[in-house]
Design a protein around this ligand. Sequence first.
Ligand SMILES: NC(=O)c1ccc[n+]([C@@H]2O[C@H](COP(=O)([O-])OP(=O)(O)OC[C@H]3O[C@@H](n4cnc5c(N)ncnc54)[C@H](OP(=O)(O)O)[C@@H]3O)[C@@H](O)[C@H]2O)c1
Length: 273
Amino acid sequence: MNKVALVTGGSRGIGFGIAEKLAAEKWDLVINGVREEVAVAEPLAALRKHGVRVGYARGDVGSAEGRKAIYAATHAFCGSELARDGSSSSGFKSQVSGFLLVNNAGVAPKVRADLLETSEESYDYVVNTNLRGVFFLTQAFARDMVAAKKADPKFAAYIISITSISATVVSINRGEYCIAKAGLSMMSQLFAARLGADGIPVYEVRPGVIKTDMTAGVTEKYDKLIAGGLNIQPRWGYPDDVGKAVAALSRGDFPFSTGQVVMVDGGLVVPRL
Ligand SMILES: NC(=O)c1ccc[n+]([C@@H]2O[C@H](COP(=O)([O-])OP(=O)(O)OC[C@H]3O[C@@H](n4cnc5c(N)ncnc54)[C@H](OP(=O)(O)O)[C@@H]3O)[C@@H](O)[C@H]2O)c1
């Protein structure tokens, strides 16, 4: 019997950093991404070195079809049966002692455009992936977690969503991203309120500037900003920093803190004079 974590967007970047920390803490893992499984053989092999089971659930979080595929692959990994239409499951069976959903997958706008130039296409792409998709994926797994908790109060269930300082810090050249992350922050509080009585803690982890493929195109800009005092801690953040926060939350070290935000931003949002 083991606990299982689904890390969306766990194939690289922050998600992989989270997956590595969870693997070290002996969570079996389902990793999600949009690329074919052959393309992610390396990260999957690296995670398996921790001696845990690792599966891959390919699918676009932003599409109903993609979420259905992620849901089905995750339940197949857990040994649960799916309803004929794939929309619900038999719940987590006795071979799974806990389930952690890490909502990490997310995209930046393909083009950073001024607020007055933001296209509907970019708005839909970013909000669909980073907010709408995450809401409905969370809803699907939350139903299963509630059922599992009812059947066995010792079942360990957690939901952790990776938002961004963009939930509160304005960037007028990627407004759709800020709107999606602000919405995701509210989503985290909503699920915390809905699931509190069911014994399912829900947390938000809010990173600052983290070195990944997502920020690769703006390295120079952030190098300069960090050197100029953007963060209180004068360095880039790394996927490992976010992974450590998620590992601490899912270890059960914050049992009376549901609905809270854990900042992983090197002090970026601390007001200074
Ligand atoms: N980097 C930062 O500075 C920063 C700061 C604050 C918050 N964040 C947030 O942290 C999360 C991870 O960011 P990152 O920097 O690690 O990004 P990244 O390096 O671009 O990696 C993105 C990950 O998400 C997956 N992915 C992308 N679109 C997807 C979709 N539609 N459905 C399922 N999976 C998808 C990718 O899968 P493939 O490998 O298959 O492409 C990859 O695993 C995002 O939510 C981002 O908004 C990042």
